[in-house]
Design a protein around this ligand. Structure first.
Ligand SMILES: [Zn+2]
Length: 272
């Protein structure tokens, strides 16, 4: 077993599409190695507000990051900051908005695209700033960070599913195929992470609709998957909230006094 945590945020992935199209992740579930929970996202169902929710446990209404244009550092403790303060190593292969929320803002690609600075909340980063940046490359960026820096907490955040949704909509073959491709890219790395005993969560910030957008309250926009893989999870039916992900990450990392909420039923007895 391994206390290191990998959080995969597949941007813009609707629950039903994850359930129907992602054969590898669902295969792990069928084999008893993963559990799948349906999570209702907080509101508004938009990216930057929900990145902040996933990493701080705060609803957008409480964090003040209430739309994508609010470009400032997070004012809350995050999984990154709490892990770094505890002497753990943090890393992210992610969209540049994560650099803006937790490292420095505005993002300067020349300075920030490749980050390696232990004084930063995200100590080791490969950041990108185009929504078309290939998921396959992003997963390789993440694996590079994992092998080079051996982070205790690694965020992996590809964008192509969301990008396909904005171009073609929820009910399109392009959107579903983007999810299938992401599942395939992920499978070639995740099998190794599973073998090495990582605690892994695969989720999304928000879903997608047939207006080629998101932000509202419909099930299509709000229902996202949470796959959990690893021995520390209970793998029992229970409620999982988007605001739990930060607390779960902190608990799995063994951080004391993190004061982030989570549902303890998601974890096994050893973690309670
Ligand atoms: Zn989007």
């Amino acid at each position: 077993m391994n206390n290191k945590v990998i959080l995969v945020v597949l941007d813009g992935l609707n629950y039903q599409v994850a359930h129907d199209c992602m054969g590898y992740l669902n295969g792990l579930k069928e084999s008893g190695q993963a559990s799948l929970y349906k999570v209702q996202t907080e509101l508004p169902s938009m990216s930057r507000p929900l990145y902040e929710c996933l990493l701080t446990g705060q609803k957008p209404i409480d964090s003040g990051i209430i739309n994508n244009s609010i470009n400032r550092l997070s004012s809350s403790t995050s999984t990154f900051s709490l892990a770094r303060e505890a002497g753990l190593c943090t890393a992210a292969a992610a969209y540049h908005w994560f650099s803006e929320l937790y490292n420095r803002t505005p993002y300067d690609p020349v300075r920030d695209r490749f980050t390696s600075d232990v004084s930063m909340n995200i100590q080791h980063g490969c950041f990108y700033h185009q929504d078309q940046y290939p998921d396959e490359h992003l997963f390789l960026d993440a694996e590079y960070l994992r092998r080079k820096y051996d982070p205790d907490f690694l965020l992996v955040h590809p964008m192509n599913i969301d990008d396909a949704g904005h171009k073609f909509g929820l009910s399109s073959s392009q959107y579903r195929n983007a999810a299938r491709r992401s599942d395939t890219y992920l499978s070639s790395l995740l099998s190794d992470w599973v073998y090495q005993g990582y605690q892994i969560m695969v989720t999304s910030d928000h879903g997608m609709n047939d207006d080629r957008s998101h932000g509202g309250t419909t099930a299509e926009e709000r229902e996202v998957p949470l796959f959990v893989i690893g021995e520390r999870f209970s793998h029992q039916p229970c409620e999982a909230k988007q605001t739990d992900i930060c607390g779960l990450s902190c608990e799995l990392l063994g951080l004391n006094d993190h004061e982030k909420s989570f549902n303890p039923d998601l974890l096994g007895f050893a973690s309670k």
